[in-house]
Structure formats: C-alpha cells, structure tokens
Design a protein around this ligand. Structure first.
Ligand SMILES: C[S@@+](CC[C@H](N)C(=O)[O-])C[C@H]1O[C@@H](n2cnc3c(N)ncnc32)[C@H](O)[C@@H]1O
Length: 187
C-alpha cells in the first residue's frame, strides 16, 4: 500500500530541497549510531550520507523497484557495503528486521497517510532501549515549494501524540531549514 502522494519528482530537484548535512547533524546521526532502518529510501538522498556517518548497516526499504535500485546502484558506485536496500511494502509487511536490532529508524517525508501511528509503532519495535526514531517532514506553517497537501501533513503535535501512544518520549521540535521540521523520539 503505497503512501499516497509519495511519488518523487526528478532527482536533482528533490535533492535541492534539503541541506542533508544540517539535517543529519541536528538529528544526531553520527558514529555512535550502529544499525539503522529507513522507511522509503527514495533516491537514497539520506541513505548514503547516513551510511557514511554510522558505525553499522543502513537497512532501507522502498515499495518502488526504481527507488530501491537507484539507491543500490549509488551505494555500489560509492563502494558503501553497509547499505542494504530491499523492495518491500513496509506499511503492509513491516520492516523485515528483528525487534531491538537498530539504534535508529528514519521516517523522513513519509508520515502523511491515514494511520501513521501503526508505522511509528513498527519503527519503535525495531529500535532497542536508548534507540531513536527520527522524524522529518514538510512544515505546514510556511509556504513550501513541494510536499503533500497541507491537510495531510503531520504537525509536530500529532507526531508527539503518536509517539506517546506507542511509549516513545519526544524531544524538542527542531528546525531543519529551509522547509522541514524534525523530532527525535526516544525509547
Ligand atoms: C516522498 S519519498 C521520501 C524518500 C526519502 N525518505 C527522502 O526523504 O528523500 C517517499 C518514498 O517512500 C516510498 N514508499 C511509499 N509507500 C511505501 C511503502 N508502503 N513501503 C515502502 N516504501 C514506500 C516511495 O516509493 C518513495 O520512494
């Protein structure tokens, strides 16, 4: 079940919309992080930079064959052997990962559908104690050049309530300029 309005524009345009280093710095992605799960790799915009920073493997999943393949090809070209892209419908089948096997789970630009709490719960399952679910999404309070309809974009307060419902604690809402906010959810 593909998340509605989750198709991708052209790669260079998509990647012009983020300051990837700033996002990963502010969300605390560094060498202290071992294995990572990611829902929806897309073009690998964050997957590869995350793989360069962390000490473990990035297990990333996408429902679109072209997206998983794009990420795989780039990882191979970059000789990153700690990127594992898999074709999978995460909403229907979850992450194919054992409980508590990751230090972080990335939910970037994806929580704009009917029942995001179930995905937040699945993300919480794959992280161990002290692990973090990292959320980033388009802001709703400013005009943005792209992003799903304002009506379906998750607000920080909604993310916090989904987190609380699955037993995660929430940190401050982070500004991820120019167009995004982030929240770190901790186990
Ligand atoms: C808006 S893109 C974001 C990609 C990446 N997270 C980023 O921020 O650059 C959302 C991605 O999630 C994928 N996706 C949508 N529904 C999915 C599902 N049910 N399971 C796995 N991937 C899914 C889409 O194919 C798309 O590549």
């Amino acid at each position: 079940m593909k998340v509605p309005d989750s198709g991708m524009p052209e790669k260079n345009y998509w990647e012009s919309l983020f300051d990837v280093s700033l996002v990963l710095d502010r969300l605390g992605v560094d060498q202290t992080v071992r294995n990572v799960a990611e829902m929806g790799c897309g073009y690998g915009t964050f997957t590869l930079p995350v793989a360069r920073r962390v000490a473990g493997t990035v297990f990333t999943f996408d429902i679109e064959p072209a997206m998983a393949e794009c990420t795989r090809e780039q990882a191979t070209e970059a000789r990153l052997d700690n990127v594992h892209p898999t074709l999978r419908d995460v909403l229907v089948h979850g992450f194919n990962l054992p409980s508590g096997s990751c230090d972080a789970c990335l939910l970037f630009n994806i929580l704009h559908f009917a029942d995001p709490q179930a995905l937040v719960a699945e993300a919480a399952r794959v992280i161990g104690p002290g692990g973090r679910v990292l959320v980033m999404h388009w802001r709703s309070d400013i005009p943005t050049p792209r992003g799903p309809d304002i009506a379906v974009r998750p607000r920080p307060v909604q993310v916090q309530s989904w987190a609380a419902a699955v037993g995660l604690s929430t940190g401050l809402t982070l500004d991820l300029p120019p167009w995004h906010f982030g929240i770190v959810l901790s186990k």
